[in-house]
Design a protein around this ligand. Structure first.
Ligand SMILES: C[S@@+](CC[C@H](N)C(=O)[O-])C[C@H]1O[C@@H](n2cnc3c(N)ncnc32)[C@H](O)[C@@H]1O
Length: 224
C-alpha cells in the first residue's frame, strides 16, 4: 500500500468515531471564480482529482456545473456519494481513482485539484500526478492546481510514518488519526515540476481562502 493511501485510514476513523467529515463542508470560493473567469458553462466537462469528501465538487454541482470527481480513497468516495444522494445531486459522478496509477480514459475542458499535490512526497509520484492532469486536459483546456504552501518553504516528510497515528485537533477536541504525508515546495520548484509535466503557467499567486490551510499556492495552467 503506497503512503498516499493514508487518508483512507484518517477518513475511516473520523467517520466511524465522529460521524462527521474530516474536512467539514467549507467549499473553496476561488474555484467557481476560476471556472467563470475561463468561460466554463454548464456544458463544460470538469474533473476534480483528489476530491476528498466532496465539499468542492458538490458545491460546484449545486451551482450548475457538471463535475466528475475522483479520489484514491474508497471511504471518501462513499462519503461523497452519501452526501450527493442527501442533496439530490448525482452520486454517480464520484469514483475511486489513483491519479498516479490508472488506465483512465477521457478528456476535460477543466481539471482542478485542491490540497492533494502536497501529499505526494516522491518526485516520481508528483510527476505522475501532474502528467495525469495534463494528459486528460483538452488541447484548449484549463487546469487549476491548488497546493498547500507559502512558495518559500521546502519541506519533505517521510513516507513510512504516513499510517502512524498522531493527535490532531478536530472541532473542540483531539482525535488520533493517520499522520499522512506532506511535501512543500518553493515557487521555483513548483514551476520546474509544472514545466516538466508539460504545463505553461498562466497565473500564480498565494490564496488564504482554502479551508484547513493558512496559505495555499494557486497555479492556473494550460498545456504547453
Ligand atoms: C488533504 S485531502 C484534500 C481533499 C479535498 N481536495 C479537499 O480540499 O477537502 C487530500 C486528498 O488527496 C487524496 N489523494 C492522495 N493521493 C491521491 C492520488 N494519488 N490520487 C487521487 N487522490 C489522492 C487523498 O485520499 C485525500 O482525499
Amino acid at each position: 500500500m503506497k503512503y498516499y493511501h493514508a487518508y483512507e485510514d484518517r477518513y475511516k476513523k473520523v467517520h466511524a468515531e465522529r460521524g462527521k467529515p474530516w474536512a467539514g463542508e467549507r467549499p473553496s470560493t476561488i474555484l467557481k471564480d476560476l471556472l467563470v473567469k475561463y468561460g466554463a458553462t454548464e456544458n463544460s466537462s470538469i474533473l476534480e482529482v483528489g476530491c476528498g469528501e466532496g465539499q468542492n465538487a458538490l458545491y460546484l454541482m449545486k451551482e450548475g456545473f457538471s463535475v466528475d470527481a475522483s479520489d484514491v480513497s474508497p471511504e471518501a468516495i462513499s462519503w461523497c456519494k452519501k452526501w450527493a444522494n442527501e442533496r439530490g445531486l448525482n452520486a454517480d459522478k464520484f469514483f475511486v481513482m489513483d491519479a498516479c496509477e490508472n488506465d483512465f480514459q477521457g478528456e476535460y475542458d477543466f481539471i482542478y485539484s485542491v490540497a492533494v499535490l502536497h501529499m505526494l512526497v516522491e518526485d516520481e509520484d508528483r510527476h505522475k500526478f501532474l502528467t495525469f492532469i495534463k494528459n486528460h486536459l483538452k488541447e484548449n483546456g484549463h487546469a487549476f492546481v491548488v497546493v498547500m504552501g507559502d512558495g518559500k518553504t521546502s519541506y519533505r516528510s517521510g513516507t513510512k510514518e504516513a499510517f502512524d497515528l498522531a493527535d490532531r485537533p478536530f472541532e473542540d477536541s483531539i482525535i488520533q488519526v493517520a499522520t499522512t504525508s506532506c511535501r512543500k515546495v518553493t515557487w521555483e520548484e513548483f514551476f520546474a515540476e509544472l514545466k516538466l509535466a508539460g504545463f505553461k503557467v498562466v497565473n500564480h499567486y498565494l490564496d488564504h481562502s482554502i479551508s484547513g490551510f493558512d496559505v495555499s499556492m494557486v497555479a492556473e495552467l494550460v498545456r504547453e
